[in-house]
Design a protein around this ligand. Sequence first.
Ligand SMILES: Cc1cc2nc3c(=O)[nH]c(=O)nc-3n(C[C@H](O)[C@H](O)[C@H](O)COP(=O)(O)OP(=O)(O)OC[C@H]3O[C@@H](n4cnc5c(N)ncnc54)[C@H](O)[C@@H]3O)c2cc1C
Length: 373
Amino acid sequence: MRQYRIAIIGGGPGGLTLARLLHLGGLSATVFERDAHAGDRPQGGTLDLHADTGQRALRLAGLEREFLAAARYDDQGMRLYDSNGALLFGDDSSDGDRPEVDRTELRRMLIDSLPPAMIRWGTRVDRIEPAGDGYDVVTGGARGSFDLVVGADGAWSKVRPLLSGARPAYEGVTFVELGFDDVDRRHPAIAALAGRGKMFALGDNRGLILQRNGHAHIRGYFALRSDEPWAAALEDAAPEAIRERMLGYLKGWAPILTDAIRLADTIIGVRPLYALPVGHRWAHRPGLTLIGDAAHLMSPFGGEGVNLAMSDAADLAAALIQGDDAAVARFEEAMAARAEPAARGAMEGLRHAISPHGPQAVLTHFMEVMAGA
Ligand SMILES: Cc1cc2nc3c(=O)[nH]c(=O)nc-3n(C[C@H](O)[C@H](O)[C@H](O)COP(=O)(O)OP(=O)(O)OC[C@H]3O[C@@H](n4cnc5c(N)ncnc54)[C@H](O)[C@@H]3O)c2cc1C
């Protein structure tokens, strides 16, 4: 009997976790990834992995030891400032169970756990086409036939249009991503502002977020409520012009906060935030499914995206190892039900954080979390 052929489109945290779990379960799969190789582009900042979702998936993947070696429990702190630089909330404790791990290290541990031939690097998928009882994955001039195609290809998935008419919509806020290297030695005031983890400074539809990564790096995000054409124009601007624009938008903010823009070593990029509709679902269709951002893209203000992507991977792998299409349909329904409150929370989190009312709503939220803890 020929093997069931599974294509996973996208080698992000969701797709790679799925590949690893299928491999452990004795199923083979091909991961199509557009990056030329693992180190092709910087993977972005740090991610906090939650015990019952992201960490559970890594445990099932047999990667607990690798995770513990990379996890930074010391970087779970949280601070909130107003635009005058006054500290409204500070929690530098490290006893939570949401340790940070650099995205590059998370991806690396998943890649290293797979037979190299499972990942087809440098292969951008152009489209998916129905073919016989399955689907063809079309890449450049080539095509390959599969019984199941899993869209783990993030926000602009090539698989999603075959299942759903939903498209990500601009959320009204754009991030500009900044980086500080060797921060403790070269920028001690910025390191002190961020504390042991993450800080937010909020006010007047703007925000500054700094987050400690591994290797003495701090990743920063300037956030501004703005329309989509404004964001598109900014994407085309030169880094120093972007820096000047950000400083202009923060006129009147405390110098310790504007220094985070002035002194940043790199302006990494402009990132308009998009989300799928809260509660996104589709009618089950054998031979196709979605996981992670492809299924439920949401703003990062809930801190759930990667955790959900990896949980989806764990649950889909279990359904596929069961070998029953009805199990995949049940997985899709459970995934949508789990993602819906997270997506609503992310939408609300963004609305409250980057708001005309300053940091008050976020402060109330932090106090409630502390009181409930
Ligand atoms: C600024 C920011 C901060 C965030 N912080 C957090 C956080 O702290 N905690 C958290 O839980 N989540 C966070 N998220 C969300 C998190 O990054 C995503 O939810 C997560 O990466 C989704 O994983 P994924 O595997 O579904 O998709 P992705 O990570 O988007 O991976 C998709 C992969 O598919 C590949 N690909 C795409 N199209 C194609 C194609 N056509 N052909 C071949 N390959 C393709 C891409 O190269 C990529 O490798 C953050 C997001 C942002 C933008």
